[in-house]
Design a binder for this molecule. Sequence first.
Ligand SMILES: C[S@@+](CC[C@H](N)C(=O)[O-])C[C@H]1O[C@@H](n2cnc3c(N)ncnc32)[C@H](O)[C@@H]1O
Length: 246
Amino acid sequence: MVVDVVTLFPEYFSGPLNCSVLARAQVAGALRVRLWNLRDFTPDKHGKVDDTPYGGGPGMVLRPEPFFAAVAALAPPEGTPVILLTPQGEPLTQRRAAALAKQERIVVLCGHYEGVDERVRGRLATEELSIGDYVLSGGEPAALVLIDAVARLLPGVLGNEASPEEESFSTGLLEYPQYTRPAEYAGLEVPEVLRRGHHAEVRRWRRKEALRRTYLRRPELLPRAALTEEDRQLLAEIIEELSETT
Ligand SMILES: C[S@@+](CC[C@H](N)C(=O)[O-])C[C@H]1O[C@@H](n2cnc3c(N)ncnc32)[C@H](O)[C@@H]1O
């Protein structure tokens, strides 16, 4: 997959792109990230890319021309997602990341200052994504979040070391609690069922704890999760157990 990032700060990406999963994904040839400096596409001879907002108000707004020129120069094939990062966009979800991981190429536009001229949103971007209900100074951290969430889903990137299918949100639920050695730490024990290692019991325990965690922390996820008859029974057990402890 090729990810073209249009940004005022290409240098922002050098550390994160060169370690851990993102570095491995690039070495393996599954991911290629190309960084494009917005300033290289401005018609302004001083490299200016922003201007004051029409109507007045604080801060500066990024002009439309450099974004249009950058995307024209990249010439993405018809159907390529051109994603504007903005706190006003659709929330980035695991489902959206999985859909984007099927693309051969995506273009990511990073804003800065007070944001980006509205015509970029209306004409150039095919979608707008937000990484959460808070405001960042620029789209760069959001682009890294997006690239990481997508890259780890590309075939071969995680190898055998982790399975994205079981992780939080992939099944529509939060993931079950994880433990490793030692079996007892500071008086806290690893649940016995995990230490016994009986495959079917471990599977049932994990499913039940994933349901419990989701029910307690993110109940709004449950109506959209694909629950089996067994899941419904486990949920009923959980609700019964909770009512006994209150
Ligand atoms: C300071 S923000 C602009 C916020 C804008 N004035 C508003 O109120 O919606 C500057 C840039 O950071 C990026 N950004 C900020 N928060 C974001 C978020 N939650 N998700 C994605 N991008 C974000 C966007 O690219 C945005 O153009």
